[in-house]
Design a protein around this ligand. Structure first.
Ligand SMILES: [Zn+2]
Ligand SMILES: [Zn+2]
Length: 365
């Protein structure tokens, strides 16, 4: 009996070695495998179907902050509603996530900027170019507080040669130069923005309303957060801010509060290490950034005070590289808010069916 098992084992090993050798050495086998993989890719994955919802879907397309991380891209949140998607901030690398998940770029409805720090704007050129090439039917609208016209003009100029090349190469019928344009839509915040007031919407289409409100990212001005409302569901995206009463007022009763988080207790350790190593520039930067962000515990307090159903922490500073550091990052949060908190990663999807209290959580690969 034992001999029969060992013969079976030997045959299996030989079979596996033969299969590996075939894949490694045979162009015909490699091409067949590629055809299968490419077929699956072209059908589109979960990302291509994100717009297929009656309610609202929220996708975390970038959860890091300026500090580096091997997989997290920088600030980016997308909202899918009414057959289109809307993006809040396009941090460096965030388009790469959309491409990897095969999101239908031509369905982009607009981009909203919270402020113009580099970790929030870097991928704008790629968003515009890639969604145009994907077949976007009109110029891309870029919404933001004062500064947005300059931002759009700068990126348009930087990509002008690229657009000329592509039009000349593929033809004007296939890639219309008119549709390659970006249109800056600047809005002013009402001077009466206080913790008690509800700001006026900056965007309305069908049943979707987007409202902007000021936040405190001093000395960076202007800086805003956004609230999206659609079919009885809602999400607030904080942008960069300290814990701010105006944000809490706007987030009152919201389904999802996507809030930035900076683990100042971790940065304190990094500062000490940098100081000991004589890295004065790092010490100065650490000192400067401590007072214009929100700690995870403060974000939990804000969610509690707003009575938000779910708190999602993003713009993680520093972006935790391991599960252990994630635990350190979240230290003390469960005492403030034992339930209803997620430390986001790129690919987090929240499904909010219309007129319902339900929130379904899933992840794109
Ligand atoms: Zn910032
Ligand atoms: Zn930032």
């Amino acid at each position: 009996m034992r001999k029969r098992f060992s013969q079976l084992g030997t045959s299996l090993v030989l079979l596996v070695i033969t299969a590996i050798a075939l894949v490694w050495l045979s162009p015909a086998v490699q091409d067949s495998l590629l055809t299968v993989v490419a077929g699956r890719a072209i059908e589109g994955g979960a990302g291509a179907r994100l717009h297929e919802t009656e309610g609202m879907r929220i996708l975390l397309c970038g959860t890091s902050s300026p500090l580096p991380h091997p997989t997290r891209r920088k600030a980016c949140v997308a909202v899918f509603a009414g057959g289109k998607f809307y993006v809040v901030d396009t941090g460096p690398g965030s388009w790469n996530n959309f491409a990897r998940w095969r999101v239908a770029g031509e369905r982009i409805g607009g981009i909203f900027y919270t402020h113009y720090h580099s970790d929030h704007i870097g991928a704008l050129g790629e968003f515009n170019m890639q969604t145009w090439v994907a077949g976007r039917p009109e110029p891309l609208k870029i919404y933001g507080p004062p500064g947005v016209r300059r931002l759009v003009a700068g990126f348009a100029e930087a990509y002008a040669l690229d657009i000329d090349y592509r039009v000349a190469h593929h033809g004007r019928d296939f890639l219309s130069p008119d549709r390659s344009a970006m249109e800056a839509v600047q809005f002013a915040l009402s001077s009466g923005s206080t913790a008690a007031s509800r700001d006026t919407p900056v965007f309305e289409e069908g049943e979707l309303t987007v409202t902007a409100f000021p936040v405190d990212h001093d000395p960076i001005k202007p800086a805003v957060g956004y609230r999206f409302d659609y079919r009885g569901r809602s999400v607030v995206v904080s942008g960069d801010t300290v814990k701010d009463g105006r944000l809490i007022a706007q987030a009152r009763g919201v389904d999802v509060l996507v809030h930035e988080a900076q683990a100042s207790h971790i940065l304190g350790i990094l500062r000490k290490v940098a100081d000991r190593a004589g890295r004065a520039r790092i010490v100065t930067i650490m000192d400067d950034i401590l007072d214009y962000h929100t700690t995870p515990i403060e974000a939990a307090e804000a969610a509690n005070e707003a009575d938000a159903k779910l708190l999602v922490l993003y713009h993680l500073n520093p972006p935790p590289p391991t599960t252990l550091i994630e635990r350190v990052f979240m230290r003390g949060v469960d005492e403030t808010r034992p339930e209803g908190v997620i430390l986001a990663d790129d690919g987090l999807v929240l499904e909010l069916p219309p007129d319902s209290p339900e929130i379904t959580i899933s992840w794109l690969d």
